[in-house]
Design a binder for this molecule. Structure first.
Ligand code: FM0
Length: 326
């Protein structure tokens, strides 16, 4: 039997931004995402008595201690649950169409949760897998599912997990605009922590979330691409607004991010249902009809190069694969 597990990345339409409990990764708010076909991670875990320390190989390269930190959290939880003492070798392959900083902790930690529990002989439910992935990285809790998923914040380790919302088997897709990042990085972990602690705008973000979440769920149910897009775009802009009020302030936007936003607005003026969202980096992700992905991509080729534009469709849940795709 193969121990390789594949998890696809997800992009939040209602963002997770801020933790109530930084150790257990309990979020301040519910979030809602779409899992995508284009980006995924294949991972295998082998528990081995002969190892003296956990090892992480990412795309065949041995990683240092920093990269191992989130991985170790998940491995320790699995060892504790399964009564295993051995160290583990983790082999992981990231499938991102370009080397463009799109590698996501969401697919990585979700695949690890699946692969480590499989290797340990644990038979976990989706909810248990979601809780386990959450401890590695919050957004990974949603990558257990295909289609749309909602991470319900809960109030404890037991009650904070994602659930499926809709299989996304309708005319929706995403187009990634990969822009260069010349600025110094503020990780999402550090960025959200600083914002919660210091930004006077953070409370405003929290206060408007219930409304966004409810409207988003309605829009998904009605398969209304324009409503989904409008709400997602506004939600992302509000999240990014909180970072400007932080001490010290920061932004994930680059000049090219603004250029991409302008292109989206111009396409909208031409009648396309197209909207954008952004995460903890300068790349811009477009929400549009799956049936118009290629048409929109063609239009954008006047502003961006082909390799900057990556189309994605809704992707599947966590699953076992016969071997890694190399
Ligand atoms: O995905 O500190 O999961 O909802 O991408 O590991 O729990 O990397 F930038 C916005 C993802 C945050 C929004 O944070 O943080 C979203 C974000 P961790 P993550």
């Amino acid at each position: 039997m193969s121990n390789w597990v594949r998890a696809h990345t997800n992009i939040a339409l209602i963002k997770y931004w801020g933790k109530k409990d930084e150790d257990l990764i309990i979020p301040m708010n519910n979030s809602l995402s779409l899992t995508l076909d284009a980006f995924y991670t294949d991972t295998r875990v082998t528990f081995d008595d002969a190892l003296t320390a956990d090892e992480l190989y990412l795309d065949d390269m041995l990683q240092d201690f920093t990269a191992l930190k989130k991985v170790k959290t998940v491995l320790d939880l699995v060892r504790e649950k399964a009564g295993i003492r051995s160290k583990a070798k983790v082999e992981s392959y990231n499938h991102v169409p370009t080397a463009a900083g799109l590698a996501s902790s969401a697919s990585g930690l979700a695949a690890l949760a699946g692969a480590a529990s499989l290797a340990a002989g644990l038979e976990l439910s989706s909810v248990e897998l979601s809780r386990l992935a959450r401890r590695g990285s919050g957004s990974a809790s949603r990558s257990i599912y295909g289609g749309f998923a909602e991470w319900q914040k809960g109030s404890s380790d037991e009650t904070s997990f994602a659930v499926p919302v809709d299989d996304a088997d309708w005319d929706i897709g995403m187009l990634f605009i990969v822009v260069s990042d010349k600025k110094k990085d503020v990780s999402s972990r550090e960025g959200m922590s600083r914002t919660v602690r210091t930004s006077p705008f953070y409370q405003g973000w929290l206060d408007s979330l219930d409304e966004d979440l409810n409207a988003m769920k309605q829009a998904i149910k009605k398969q209304d691409i324009d409503k989904v897009g409008v709400i997602a775009e506004q939600n992302a802009l509000k999240m990014h607004a909180t970072t400007l009020g932080a001490k010290p302030p920061f932004t994930y936007w680059s000049p090219d991010s603004l250029k991409a936003m302008d292109s989206v607005r111009a396409l909208r003026e031409q009648g396309y249902s197209v909207y954008f969202t952004m995460d903890a980096g300068p790349n811009v992700k477009l929400i549009c009809r799956q049936s118009q992905l290629e048409e929109i991509r063609t239009h954008l080729l006047s502003d961006f190069t082909g390799s900057q534009l990556i189309a994605a469709r809704p992707g599947p849940a966590l699953h076992v694969v016969t071997g890694p795709e190399l």
